[in-house]
Design a protein. Structure first.
Length: 101
């Protein structure tokens, strides 16, 4: 049975002036990691996913955002990807082309 409590080592007063570093978003992690490469969604997840909290849905959302912003390209182009319930789907074998940095 899980117990919901804060371990005693986490108690303590935090400084009002120390701001934690903003965590990188998944998009910010993917761009430099795969710069200059062309990969499929499963390849991206296999190379980046282990040890991270991200699941396939997160990768799909991040890649769609990067495509919409013009930061990466897809093969086939996004406009040619099939629609399901009014949303573009990620076809099996589709590739993401990350620009060289």
């Amino acid at each position: 049975m899980p117990r919901f409590e804060v371990p005693p080592t986490d108690y303590g007063q935090q400084s009002l002036f120390d701001e934690p570093a903003a965590p990188l978003t998944l998009e910010q992690e993917l761009l430099p990691r795969f710069a200059g490469k062309t990969l499929t969604l499963p390849e991206i997840m296999q190379q980046h996913g282990p040890g991270t909290p991200y699941v396939e849905r997160n990768y799909r959302a991040a890649l769609w955002h990067l495509i919409d912003e013009g930061m990466v390209q897809s093969d086939p182009p996004a406009v040619q990807m099939p629609l399901r319930k009014g949303k573009r789907t990620w076809p099996r074998g589709a590739k993401v082309l990350f620009p060289a940095q």
